[in-house]
Write a protein that binds this ligand. Structure first.
Ligand code: LLP
Length: 404
């Protein structure tokens, strides 16, 4: 995204142009940025060529997943719906892994029938259920066990998943027992050790601790896993201050780890693939002047982008046209929903805004549209992909008639 003659553009298409053609609010994704992210991810880890399974939950747009699959990525899914979308987007079953603590019998049966690469189980009960269904269908099923390494990911508590108080994965004692159990099973093949300690991780240290914990447990289990699935969680630069996870550094740590283990690495990245490819275009509906701050009331709300309300996350806001004249007042960018958490950002010294002006909210490609809802009976935004400077609608705006 950059300004050309004061107009903000995505791959040379102006925000004005998009808003004029498709109205607002609109999610807009950059294919160029997607390609850059995937190339960079592959390059960073190329010394051990991992299987990269895109975490579908971060962006569930089938047309976007189709583009991602063309780069050879697989998928990490956590529900039947996500699995169906991954398949619909053309991802081959032998590149799909299934995570999650509560897979139902229906979900397990479907995954077994489709012969996906791995079902990563998160409890003894789940292993027994997979075994029961496999036996009934006279099948032998490849599974992984998700280990809980009790490691602090040093990220938001709401998106930490690797500590023992979290519901995810299995602790050491149960892990060792389950490993023995599966080794004897006729219907289960233990192929993978999986782990995922959290999301938006900026420092490589938690990953180092995680790899150490894996070393220990593998030694204790005395088992050679064909796959080690390290999950996702690689953090991105939301603040535009160049602070993001150093992938090359993480890669070095994994290379060292692999000296003692002859396993294929799987990753499940979501945010690091699609986070910075998405922009949410919005129009200022009203400006309400307050005593020491002005409320900029947008046509986009917390139902369209939940992250600020849910995690107090800060997404940068930029004007669609640069005028340069800054105001001394504080601007609070809010949505129209009747909740005080329906606000996006408070900014001092923004440029002067007027009603009907266009602004964009940055870095919303991951957990933006996928977390949206119809709260307040608001139809979901349109989704657009810009590829080679061409605009393509990849999901129509929901019609009010569909939801009323
Ligand atoms: N694998 C598993 C098992 C996961 O639970 C997740 C994310 C991922 C992979 C992908 O993580 P990523 O690379 O995207 O960090 N809604 C929150 C994020 C929740 C993440 C949940 N699990 C947010 O908007 O920040």
């Amino acid at each position: 995204m950059k300004y050309i003659k004061k107009k903000l553009t995505i791959d040379r298409v102006t925000i004005q142009n998009i808003a004029k053609k498709f109205d607002t609010p609109a999610y807009c994704y950059s294919y160029n940025q997607l390609k850059k992210n995937i190339d960079n991810f592959k390059k960073s880890f190329k010394s051990f060529s991992p299987l990269i399974c895109f975490a579908i939950k971060s962006n569930t747009n089938v047309n976007l997943i189709k583009e991602i699959s063309k780069f050879g990525l697989g998928a990490d899914v956590v529900s039947l719906g996500e699995l169906m979308k991954a398949l619909k987007a053309g991802i081959k079953p032998n590149k799909i892994v299934f995570s999650g603590v509560g897979k139902t019998s229906e979900e397990i049966s479907f995954a077994i029938n489709k012969k996906i690469l791995l079902i990563n189980a998160e409890s003894k009960s789940e292993i027994l259920e997979i075994e029961r269904i496999a036996k009934k269908n006279k099948k032998s099923v490849d599974v992984g066990i998700r280990f809980n390494p009790n490691v602090d990911a040093k990220t938001l508590s709401q998106i930490s998943t690797g500590k023992k108080e979290n519901k995810f994965g299995i602790g050491e004692k149960d892990f060792l027992e389950l490993t023995k159990y599966i080794k004897k099973s006729k219907n289960l093949n233990l192929k993978c050790l999986s782990v995922h300690i959290g999301s938006q991780i900026l420092d490589v240290k938690p990953y180092e601790n995680m790899l150490q914990a894996l070393n220990k447990i593998i030694k204790k289990a005395n088992y050679s896993f064909e796959y080690i699935d390290l999950g996702g969680g690689m953090g991105i630069d939301y603040k535009n201050d160049k602070k993001m996870l150093n992938l090359k550094n993480y890669s070095k740590n994994i290379k060292r780890f692999l000296k003692n283990h002859n396993s294929k690495i799987i990753f499940e990245p979501g945010r690091s693939i699609v986070g910075n490819i998405g922009t949410l275009i919005s129009r200022v509906t009203y400006i309400k002047e307050g005593h020491n701050k002005n409320f900029i009331i947008l046509d986009v709300a917390m139902n369209d982008l939940m992250r600020p309300a849910l995690y107090n996350s800060k997404h940068r806001i930029m004007p669609a046209t640069k005028i340069g004249k800054k105001v001394k007042k504080t601007y609070e960018f809010v949505g129209p929903i009747c909740e005080s958490t329906d606000k996006f950002l408070t900014i001092n010294n923004f440029q002067k805004l007027f009603e009907k002006d266009l602004i964009v909210i940055c870095d919303v490609g991951a957990y933006g549209m996928s977390l949206s809802s119809n709260y307040n009976v608001r139809p979901k935004p349109i989704e657009i992909l810009i590829k080679n400077s061409k605009i393509k609608v990849i999901n129509k705006r929901q019609k009010l008639t569909d939801i009323v």
